[in-house]
Design a protein around this ligand. Structure first.
Ligand code: GLC
Length: 433
């Protein structure tokens, strides 16, 4: 894949920019609250009340192979799972804390079975690990995070707390995660919030430079996200819950990027959230992302019983149905060269290795689709879903002569069936000379 002008990464980006589509999993005690992974912060729930979830966490229906099957069937090629979210609860059997899954009714490490199941299914492995920790006794509580953010006792509670001892814990757990589970392909540290008045947290609070060196020492090829508050210590940018207007740039240079998105707004399981995106919206988001040279990391929040709920499974299956016939317009594809003009209501993706241009038709036109500048440059065209030929024509030589320099002189016109193909987003595959 042509990477001219793209900011180089330290991690191995070859699979990342090819695979394009991954599964984010947010799973922790907040799944029992079932009303957003920030519930402890939003409702200012003190530890003693939040511990009810710790005592009740018993995912008896947990079957990571079923999770991996659903992700693979959706066309996802990698997964990123929360090892610990802001609440501080750890899914794996960490030697550095008792606040972990083996000490709940689950009674076992829940991270390792997921890594093994997804790896066995052929997906690459990524870890999300929260820099923030609302449970650790040394984490200095601040005005933005945690259940005590508005507490009059916050300053008293911070007395004796040493953020650097928390940073030691943070580094120790990152070491456990990067040495105990084989090759880790992506690391998603989350998140820094430096503030001019010093009330936030950033590189000094995590000892980010030292942590970055540790990550590179232990997993040199890992793709590292951009939330350590380091100007250069990152491999990819992470727009969240938005669709960028175009290929992301830093200092005018295009960068590797991955948009992370939810089905319904919450990252953790949310029983009552109603604004679930449709399969068509989700497929269009995936296409739109790749058309701008990015990856989509799409999130599921499993339930407290350890399952993907029916709404999530429905969306994953719907995306898989489209990916089954259209994945080659996603994998190995990127933004089309600027010379290819995007037709109205469409998105273009481009595979530079096969020289195939994919026209994703968001609104099915009546009979014709016009592609400026492509006359004489396309060998063949077909509908991707059923490989049925799409007939095309350019202006006749005498017409081109008559039109002279008109932009229509090189207009390629495709003749489409009147009825939209029975797929979520039809795609036309053009074999470019
Ligand atoms: C934000 C949220 C966090 C979520 C993350 C996913 O950092 O704080 O809840 O895990 O986004 O990108």
């Amino acid at each position: 894949m042509s990477d001219a002008g793209i900011r180089p990464t330290t991690g191995d980006s070859s699979w990342f920019v090819h695979d394009r589509f991954g599964l984010f999993i947010h799973w922790g005690l907040y799944a029992l609250a079932a009303r957003h992974e920030w519930v402890k912060h939003r409702e200012e729930i003190p530890d003693e009340r939040y511990d009810a979830y710790f005592r009740r966490f018993d995912p008896d229906l947990y079957d990571p192979a079923a999770w991996a099957d659903a992700a693979a069937a959706a066309g996802m090629k990698y997964f990123v799972i929360t090892t610990k979210h802001h609440e501080g609860f750890c899914l794996w059997d960490s030697a550095l804390t008792d606040y972990k899954a083996p000490n709940t009714p689950a009674g076992r490490d829940l991270l390792r079975p997921a890594v093994e199941a997804f790896r066995a299914r052929g997906l690459r492995v990524g870890f999300y690990h929260s820099l923030i920790d609302w449970h650790h006794p040394q984490y200095v509580l601040d005005v933005i995070h945690g259940p005590y953010r508005n507490s009059p006792d916050r300053d008293a509670m911070n007395r004796g707390r040493d953020q650097q001892r928390y940073a030691d814990y943070l580094h120790g757990q990152v070491r456990e995660l990067l040495t105990g589970f084989g090759r880790i392909d992506a690391l998603w540290l989350d998140f820094s919030y430096p503030r001019p008045d010093g009330t936030g947290k950033g590189r000094a609070d995590w000892r980010s430079e030292e942590l970055y060196r540790l990550v590179r020492e232990l997993q040199p090829g890992v793709m590292l996200n951009d939330r350590l508050d380091l100007p250069d210590g990152w491999d990819f940018k992470t727009p969240e819950q938005v669709q960028p207007r175009g290929w992301l740039t830093v200092g005018g240079q295009r960068v590797v990027w991955e948009a992370c998105q939810t089905f319904s707004g919450s990252w953790g399981y949310h029983r009552d959230e109603a604004e679930w995106k449709s399969v068509e919206q989700l497929v269009r988001m995936l296409i739109d992302t790749v058309s701008k040279g990015g990856n989509l990391l799409l999130n599921v929040g499993p339930t407290g019983r350890g399952e993907f709920d029916a709404r999530a499974l429905d969306r994953l299956a719907g995306m898989g149905g489209w990916m089954k016939r259209h994945s080659r317009s996603i994998y190995g594809c990127t933004q089309a060269p600027a010379e290819f003009v995007t037709p109205q209501d469409c998105r273009l993706t481009w595979n530079p290795d096969t020289r195939r241009l994919y026209v994703h038709v968001f609104a099915w036109p009546f009979k014709h689709l016009h592609l400026p500048g492509l006359a004489g440059r396309v060998e063949y065209a077909q509908l991707l879903n059923d490989a049925s030929e799409i007939r095309m024509r350019g202006p006749e030589p005498w017409q081109m002569e008559k039109m002279g320099g008109s932009p229509d002189a090189n207009l390629l016109t495709l003749t489409l069936p009147v009825a939209k193909p029975d797929v979520v987003v039809p795609v036309i595959e053009l074999f470019v000379k």
